[in-house]
Design a binder for this molecule. Structure first.
Ligand code: ASP
Length: 404
């Protein structure tokens, strides 16, 4: 049986097991979760996380070195950033339109007085930009600071591209390191069905469904936005911009989407996303290793959808009117917040605090949606990485046609 089929079965079984687990007493679920589901899931996440930093380092060096003509690097860079920004803007428009139509914050009863939430301070924007260049690349790697690692690695890749024959030895070393890492990704993926099953059963069984209640309208609005964007907008982009078949794309990329869904982490999914794009979709290594790590770090359309919907939802619950200026502010701040969101579980919600405080909405409103965010995090992470892969696929298909 193919890995994709196995993962699909694991996802379905995981959901069923999770739903059954919500009916068993806490005294039975707790030990089962603590000694079986969580450890199996966490082991799987650790196994892939272990590979993330080395893969980002090695593959971006190779990717940048492979795009040795500066014109090609420039062209791909501009296309990538434009795709990321435009799709994020579309995602925000879709979610705002849906939230104003469905009005999730006016359905149901919300206990606003219960709300309590401490907002984290957002870092000043200039500082964030300056900090992209690391003063100590080793400490960026040990801290897992993706943008800094990407910046440093691109520099090394450019140097290799310029030095060519002089640095052949190092280049070969990187090629071989890449082979080792890809071999390990293949190995770790064999555990994916078990990891996915355990993570999903644990998330749903651990009260994931209890919190839904009055939050149904909000949940539905976010899921609808994610679906429209993840299935329709990307399909259209692949079809129109990439002149390729969307079905081929989703079929080939499914293993990565399911891992994103079960781990809720774009970063952790990165090795699998790159492998799926390169092996199943034929995306060239240099394009995949340039576009996908960058996308996993700064391009989060699913997160933007949640943040915009949440902002409108909270405004509706607190009966605050949003004018044109506030809507523009939501678009601007949610774009920045989604760029600033790290590809790890739950950070999108923390960054939402920044969006709310910029627009002058009550940050405590976050406590209303915290209960169901686990479930939405799974879905939006799958959309987040699909956007990066769609971009890589479109650019790669167009580059192939350019060459032909
Ligand atoms: N978990 C998301 C990701 O890794 C980020 C978020 O929205 O919390 O892509």
């Amino acid at each position: 049986m193919s890995l994709t089929k196995k993962i699909l079965i694991a996802l379905v079984l995981g959901v069923i097991a999770g739903i059954i687990l919500t009916f068993i007493p806490e005294s039975v679920f707790s030990p089962l979760d603590m000694y079986l589901l969580t450890p199996v899931g966490q082991l799987f996440i650790n196994l892939i996380m272990m590979l993330v930093i080395p893969i980002v380092f090695v593959s971006i060096v190779l990717g940048t070195a492979g795009l040795s003509e500066p014109a090609k690097l420039g062209r791909i860079g501009i296309q990538t950033i434009s795709f990321f920004l435009i799709t994020t803007a579309i995602a925000l428009c879709i979610s705002l339109a849906l939230s104003f139509m469905i009005k999730p914050g006016t359905e149901g009863v919300f206990d606003v007085n219960m709300a309590e939430y401490e907002a984290a301070e957002a870092p000043p924007i200039m500082e964030t930009i300056i900090n992209i260049i690391p003063t100590n690349p080793v400490s960026s790697m040990s801290a897992g600071d993706m943008l800094q690692i990407i910046a440093f690695t691109i520099f090394i890749g450019i140097a290799l591209a310029f030095l060519k024959d002089k640095t052949q030895g190092i280049q070969r070393l990187f090629v071989q390191a890449n082979d080792i890492l890809m071999f390990l990704v293949n190995l770790v993926m064999k555990a994916a069905p078990y990891g996915a099953f355990a993570l999903i059963a644990s998330a749903i069984g651990g009260g994931g469904l209890d919190a839904i209640g009055s939050m149904g309208a909000y949940l539905g609005t976010v899921i609808l936005g994610l679906f429209v964007h993840g299935a329709i907008v990307y399909s259209l982009a692949i079809w129109v911009l990439g002149k390729a078949n969307p079905w081929t794309f989703y079929k080939g990329f499914f293993p990565a989407m399911s891992v994103a869904f079960s781990t809720s982490s774009s970063n952790a999914t990165l090795p699998i996303s790159m492998k799926s794009a390169q092996e199943n979709l034929g995306v060239s290594k240099s394009i995949s290793s340039f576009v996908q790590p960058l996308g996993a770090t700064i391009n989060m359309d699913g997160t933007a959808i949640m943040q915009a919907t949440a902002a409108v939802f909270i405004a509706q619950v607190y009966a605050i009117n949003l004018g044109f200026a506030e809507i523009i502010m939501i678009i601007l701040t949610a774009t920045l917040a989604s760029i600033g969101t790290a590809g790890v579980p739950g950070v999108g919600l923390i960054m939402l605090a920044m969006v709310l405080s910029q627009i002058g909405l009550p940050v405590e409103g976050i406590s209303l949606i915290i209960g169901i965010d686990r479930l939405l995090d799974m879905l939006r992470t799958a959309v987040n990485i699909t956007g990066d892969a769609a971009c890589a696929y479109i650019i790669s298909e167009n580059e192939k046609r350019r060459k032909a």
